[in-house]
Design a protein around this ligand. Structure first.
Ligand code: UDX
Length: 462
């Protein structure tokens, strides 16, 4: 560890929970291995640094002087593609300046680790100050194969005929169907194409890609990608299961209520429903979900994030008497400590949007899934969960009526018969093994540390 004293890694997360969480977990893994870590974070969604006392936080402000225009309320309702474009426009120039200031400081800066979505500009900025750059890809390898195939999809006309052939197979990338392509509803598909291709190119031009996945889960996809990328890959996941130095998240009143409620449920009896930090749904769908969950007869814990239901604050659109009708059987909360919830023995099934973090977290606790993907990588993840790893069932967004929801929830809760839970437990065991002595993720982490230590400035080894 001594040799790492005074060696620092600078990290540049994308400011959304699904990206920040794995970056901070990775920061903690590096810290545990003796590195100091500085997080350059946008003023947008700036986290509470007191929760992460081991790291130095620096704010990157937007390019213009004056009041920050990127407050949450100003960006709410903006489509994700527009928001990403805005974030890149507003923050990348300031990032360049902040990075230069950091590199001019005391410790040896070994590496920059940037979220792949920030794209190639981060490579230029790193080159300017003589620092090497690793990329963190917070999604899985299977979905990245689909992102890397965007030029091919465009040449073959998949994007222009998307809606008319949803159930057709994507011949070039089995087992995907056209409806699984990782796109997003946007007014600006060209911008989406640019963001995706820039992400892929920026991974190709990096000094290595760090993945929150493990070999036994995505071996073939990692191999396919690495044969085209010619940069080292470090699949060291699942990040959250590594020994790390993250202090436990302080519990608030709602966390305690959730734990008490779960403690009072039968083993494997609860449906945990949560659709991540970005997806939003129409009020009509929200009401179908509410009734479907209630009518299933199973206890449920449902995260309804403020902002999840378009045009409403929180639960006000639930019909009068709904909360009384569910009584103690259902619990609706604004946010939960998902890692703790999934690890609780009462949870039987996770109804998820299939964000990659949620997918990995569920697999690592052996909890089978009901998959309702919304956009981008979630669609690919759902296909793999249902058809490749066979640890979940798909409930498509187009099928979101209360009768169908009730049916799927009931059948998912009877998973003992179809082997879904056993397969999921097998993956949980593989994930645990990958982090043990000589496990694949442990070995890749050792490799990653050696890789980081072998450079102390751009182009020269230390
Ligand atoms: C986004 C994209 O949707 C996802 O597809 C991509 O892979 C990463 O970025 P998000 O939608 O937030 O992420 O989903 P997910 O990847 O599952 O990340 C959500 C994170 O928030 C998870 O780590 C989860 O544990 C956490 N979470 C979510 C909570 O801690 N509590 C909650 O109530 C909900």
């Amino acid at each position: 560890m001594d040799e790492r004293k005074g060696r620092r890694i600078i990290m540049f997360p994308l400011p959304f929970p699904g990206h920040f969480n794995p970056m901070i977990q990775l920061a903690s893994i590096f810290h545990h291995r003796g590195f100091s870590v500085t997080i350059l974070h946008t003023s947008y969604n700036f986290p509470d640094p007191s929760r992460y006392p081991h790291f130095t936080f620096r704010t990157i402000s937007h390019n213009n002087e004056g009041e920050d225009p990127l407050s949450r309320s100003e960006t709410s309702g903006m489509d994700l593609v527009s928001l990403l474009r805005l974030l890149k426009q507003k923050y990348l120039e300031s990032f360049r300046e902040s990075l230069a200031a950091e590199v001019g400081g005391g410790d040896t800066v070994c590496f920059l680790v940037s979220d792949a979505i920030w794209g190639s500009n981060t490579e230029d900025a790193a080159k300017e100050v003589g620092v090497r750059r690793l990329v963190l890809r917070t999604g899985g390898a299977a979905s990245f194969c689909a992102f890397a195939a965007f030029p091919l999809f465009r040449d073959k006309g998949y994007f222009s005929t998307l809606d008319s052939r949803l159930d057709d197979p994507v011949i070039e990338l089995p087992p995907l169907k056209v409806k699984d392509l990782p796109v997003i509803e946007t007014n600006d598909p060209d911008e989406l194409y640019q963001i995706v291709t820039d992400m892929v190119e920026s991974a190709k031009s990096s000094s290595g890609v760090i993945w929150n996945t493990f070999e036994d889960l995505e071996r073939d996809q990692l191999m396919d990608l690495s044969s085209n990328f010619h940069v080292p890959f470090f699949p060291i996941g699942p990040f959250h299961k590594h020994s790390n130095d993250l202090p436990p998240k302080p519990k608030n009143k709602e966390d305690n209520e959730i734990t008490d409620w779960l403690d009072n449920q039968e083993p494997k009896s609860v449906v945990y429903a949560s659709f991540g930090s970005l997806a939003d749904i129409e009020e009509k769908v929200f009401l179908e979900i509410a009734c479907g969950l209630r009518n299933s007869g199973h206890p449920f814990l449902w995260v309804v994030r403020p902002g999840l239901v378009r045009g409403t604050e929180w639960l006000e659109s639930l019909p009068c008497g709904f909360m009384e009708s569910i009584g103690y059987k259902g619990k609706i909360v604004k946010w939960a400590n998902q890692l703790e919830v999934l690890a609780h023995p009462a949870v039987g099934v996770f109804w998820t949007h299939c964000g990659w973090n949620s997918t990995v977290e569920s697999i690592c606790e052996g909890v089978p899934m009901i998959c309702t993907p919304y956009f981008t990588d979630q669609r690919v993840n759902a296909r793999y969960i249902a058809d490749v790893w066979r640890v979940g069932k798909v409930l498509e967004r187009s099928m979101m009526d209360k009768g169908e929801i009730e049916k799927v929830v009931r059948s998912a809760m009877m998973v003992e018969g179809d082997g879904m839970r056993d397969r999921c437990l097998d993956f949980k065991e593989m994930a645990d093994k990958s982090l043990g002595e000589n496990g694949s993720s442990s070995n890749y982490l050792d490799k990653l540390v050696r890789h980081v230590l072998s450079f102390d400035s751009y182009g020269s080894t230390c």
